[in-house]
Design a protein around this ligand. Structure first.
Ligand code: ADP
Ligand code: ZN
Ligand code: ZN
Length: 753
């Protein structure tokens, strides 16, 4: 008879085991490796979902010898199998590398909307609701400070909205674990509003783009295309970084590389950050390759995504474009994977499995003898480090095609402005330049950073930011008990009232609002036309694009916006970019903060002077000596890299050391704390100098969805031996662990809170 080995979908880590089930006659035709099945599992009558990982023929005798009675598979759930032996192997690799269940890794490869039975979280509604702030960040911060807003959940929800621009209720419920009831209370209290939005984004709907043809490459482009083209021709694994300044024509290079891979009879996956997966980006690929492209976007309806998945699986398209998860698209004959804007943090998954897309892409390309191309104007430090050390190939593109040149960047000292009596959020230099631009009918963009506010503390007079003496990252400010905490080593400072540098008592974490800025501009200039792009003005699904179109076609003077304005558009008449509120970016409390700040600010600066007219960029700051800003000012990535890599080396961060985060989660704080102590002692037992474990500590948000969390951090250089050791210790802990506490382990989390 046929026996199926089934991996059960369970959150219990120790159950990463497979169980035997009998395949009955009537299921023989349907059963296949990689299909999901339902089986009864355990002593009770629980019906669980599982996946078939092996099929084998066994005699009645062999089955009887097992000493227990085998159950039958109840039902085959999938029509098509999306998981073959190779993908099973990939899932096991992911599970090992990122400390997760094999089943969790397999879920990445299931077609969209394959909701697991036990998870109510993956139920999707047709219509979505956007959550919009109706009070300014200023007012909210004040209310938090004055204890008007007390509930930790309310604070969490509101600060999340301050940092993030397009937030749906589902993001809050699934992502933050905040209930609908809590959202409704905050609505009632007058802080937020709910707006219905269409869930669906159909990037193909208006598909009537003109066909375009390859441009004659510039000498720089030609060299890259020829060289990487020869790798594609060789059909051997190779990883390349295209380090090209903004607007240097990287996308054109991608397009011509794809042409080469198609000529080779092979296929390509193109990954872009979720935020730049816009009609504009997609159009560039559609106009070159037409219907040969499938798009995977998380805001498309599940039905639509399923359809695309099917087209890919059936071999109907040769090119897949999508965000992070598109790396798992069921594509055969893969010859090329392109990861555009490879520095973007969306390539790190923030939910289990917390994987790095670039690492997975490298693994896949290796197994398929495919070429992996990463592209960026501001590569991630670990990527560029590999390129410099010859681990991956480096290609540089230093000029823009045609006459466009890089913009001139200048830092404006806001401390000086205050000394001169200027209390406005705009410096006098920026005011002057805006005036010139209005007179010359040239356009201006003003970027207002809101990310990172409220979680740090700084001196308004001298710009000093409170940093941890041990780790050289800025400490997180806990408002409720007025203390600063380091996320890495648990160093605490209490009752902060004066600046250690200048003894001023002007210490704060303030937020500038887009609306306030708009009003101020109206006041200063008569007859100015202004558009604003932030969470409030981009409720409708295509409003983002509409605002940009209007800005461009009506030659509007100024566009004011949050991080939304930083990506992926090319407006020839924008010659001035003002960047405000960057100080918060310079001091986020994790080791990747600096590189995020660098790329973020540098990318915004790159919006100026994209065509004939030269551009200028003014960056307002309290910290004109900051090395990040100085490197940006000099258009010098290399300079930034050199100091950053030195810092990582000195303080033991990736790529020199890895960080392993152990999160303990449970409903009772005392128990979680005790279990954390237990794990801590297991981890430090017979510890060698190969790793260092820091004592347990509570994260910034201690209580999430009524569950408490305590973190333990380990610094080490991960290798097989260390992995084995960690798994051994996790095993010991799991065997002694209390049931109502769970452990979640992640590797090099880019954000620890
Ligand atoms: P990047 O992806 O590096 O930001 P793009 O590929 O978007 O750069 O190119 C910037 C601009 O230059 C685009 O308008 C593009 O059409 C144009 N461009 C790129 N390559 C060429 C070329 N070889 N000849 C003429 N124009 C080009
Ligand atoms: Zn000071
Ligand atoms: Zn520290």
């Amino acid at each position: 008879m046929i026996i199926a080995k089934v991996l059960i979908n369970t959150s219990v880590k120790s159950l990463n085991k497979v169980y035997d089930y009998i395949v009955s006659e009537e299921l023989l035709n349907d059963i296949q490796i990689g299909k999901r099945v339902s089986v009864s599992f355990g002593r009770g009558k629980n019906v669980e979902e599982g996946i078939v990982v092996k099929l084998l023929e066994e005699t009645q005798e062999e089955v009887e010898k097992k000493g227990y009675k085998l159950k039958e598979i109840l039902e085959v759930l999938d029509e098509v199998s999306y998981v073959d032996e190779e993908r099973l192997k990939l899932a096991k690799y992911i599970s090992y590398l990122y400390f997760c269940n094999v089943y969790d890794a397999l879920k990445l490869m299931f077609p969209p909307g394959t909701a697991s039975k036990n998870s109510s979280k993956s139920v999707h509604t047709k219509q979505d609701t956007q959550v919009v702030l109706i009070k300014s960040p200023d007012e909210i911060m004040q209310d938090i400070e004055n204890n008007v807003i007390k509930s930790a959940k309310h604070i969490q929800l509101l600060t999340f909205l301050i940092y993030n621009d397009y937030v749906l209720t589902s993001d809050i419920i699934d992502g933050l674990g905040i209930s609908r009831a809590v959202i409704n209370t905050v609505v009632k209290n007058g802080y937020i509003q709910l707006k219905k939005v269409e869930k669906e984004v159909d990037l193909l709907k208006d598909y009537h783009v003109e066909r375009t043809y390859a441009k004659t490459p510039t000498p720089e482009q030609k060299e890259v295309i020829n060289k990487i083209g020869s790798y594609i021709y060789d059909e051997k694994y190779r990883q390349c970084l295209i380090f090209g300044v903004t607007g240097s024509g990287k996308t054109e290079v991608y397009l011509q590389l794809i042409e080469k891979v198609l000529n080779q009879g092979k296929k390509a996956i193109v990954l872009v950050p979720e935020i730049s997966l816009t009609y504009q980006t997609v159009t560039r690929f559609l106009s070159r390759f037409g219907n040969n492209v499938a798009i995977l976007h998380s805001k498309m309806t599940i039905a639509k995504r399923k359809e695309e998945y099917k087209r890919i699986k059936q071999g109907k398209v040769d090119i897949v474009i999508g965000a992070r998860s598109a790396i798992f698209a069921p594509i055969d004959d893969l010859g090329l994977v392109i990861i555009d804007e490879e520095h973007d943090s969306s390539y790190y998954s923030q939910t289990t499995p917390k994987y790095s897309t670039k690492d997975i892409a490298a693994y896949i390309c290796k197994t398929k003898d495919a070429v992996l191309v990463l592209g960026s104007a501001t590569p991630e430090i670990i990527t560029y480090n590999k390129a410099k050390n010859g681990v991956i190939d480096l290609f540089e593109m230093k000029t823009r095609p045609g006459v466009a040149i890089l913009p001139k960047i200048e830092l404006i000292d806001m401390r000086q402005e205050r000394v001169m009596g200027n209390t406005s959020v705009l410096s006098s230099a920026l005011k002057e330049e805006i005036k010139k631009n209005i007179e010359n009918h040239e356009q201006t963009m003003i970027f207002l950073n809101r990310r990172g506010y409220t979680s740090y503390l700084s001196c308004k007079d001298c710009g000093y930011v409170f940093k941890c003496p041990n780790c050289d990252v800025s400490m997180t400010y806990h408002k409720t008990n007025n203390l600063l905490l380091c996320h890495y080593c648990s160093h605490v400072e209490k009752n902060i009232s004066t600046c250690p540098q200048c003894e001023s008592d002007h210490i704060s974490s303030g937020v500038i609002g887009t609306q306030k800025l708009e009003e101020e501009l109206q006041e200063i200039y008569s007859n100015i036309s202004i558009l604003r792009m932030d969470a409030d003005t981009t409720v409708a699904r295509d409003s983002h694009q509409k605002i940009l179109d209007k800005f461009k076609s009506e030659n509007i003077n100024v566009l004011v916006g949050t991080q939304m304005i930083s990506k992926g558009h090319d407006i020839a008449n924008v010659t001035l970019v003002g960047i405000l509120g960057v100080d918060a970016l310079l001091s986020l409390n994790d080791y990747t903060a600096s590189e995020k700040a660098f790329s973020n600010i540098y990318q915004v600066a790159g919006r100026a002077g994209r065509a004939e007219l030269p551009g200028r960029v003014l960056i307002q700051t309290n910290d004109t000596a900051n090395y990040i800003l100085n490197s940006i000012e000099e258009n010098d990535y290399e300079k930034f890299f050199d100091s950053e890599i030195e810092y990582r080396k000195t303080f033991g961060y990736p790529p020199f050391l890895d960080i392993v985060l152990f999160e303990l989660i449970g409903g009772d704080f005392k128990t979680v704390r005790e279990e954390a102590e237990k794990l801590y002692y297991i981890l430090i037992q017979e510890s060698s100098n190969e790793y260092r474990v820091f004592s347990p500590k509570s994260p910034y948000i201690q209580k999430l969805n009524n569950r408490y969390r305590v973190n333990i951090i380990m610094k080490t250089k991960l290798n097989t031996q260390i992995y084995n050791k960690i798994y051994e210790k996790i095993g010991i802990f799991n065997s002694r662990k209390k049931k109502n506490v769970s452990l979640c382990v992640s590797k090099n989390p880019t954000f620890i809170n």
